[in-house]
Design a protein around this ligand. Sequence first.
Ligand SMILES: [Zn+2]
Length: 138
Amino acid sequence: MDEFLQAALDIAKAQASVRVMTEDQLADYVQNVAEKIRKIQSGEVEPEDEGSAWPTVTPEEAKKSIRENTISCLICGKKCRVLTKRHLDKHGIYAKEYREHFGLKKDTPLVAKSLLRERRAKMEEMRIWERRKMSDAE
Ligand SMILES: [Zn+2]
């Protein structure tokens, strides 16, 4: 028996234990699954599930993708200063999903560290300015 059929049988067994199937359905199912596994393994087709196209990385790797001057996209490896929504759109993933998928904290900004500091400094400047404006008004 070839390995694809064996793998398909294992999957079918698991399926049969959670739902009722006739013998014919089961046979069809095994055949379909075996064919799909064979195609995926030989690289004939991409897996249908888009989600599984996103690579998996360790939390350390995810953290390391955010560097001083660049952030690299964990899906395609592109380096940029900001991982824009437009870029993530190309992969069909939202920033929220991206963080979840790669195990980043949900408030992690998808920007290079230096840029983040610049932004924070600017925010701080604005805050001081706001405060000054307020006290001027008093
Ligand atoms: Zn990308």
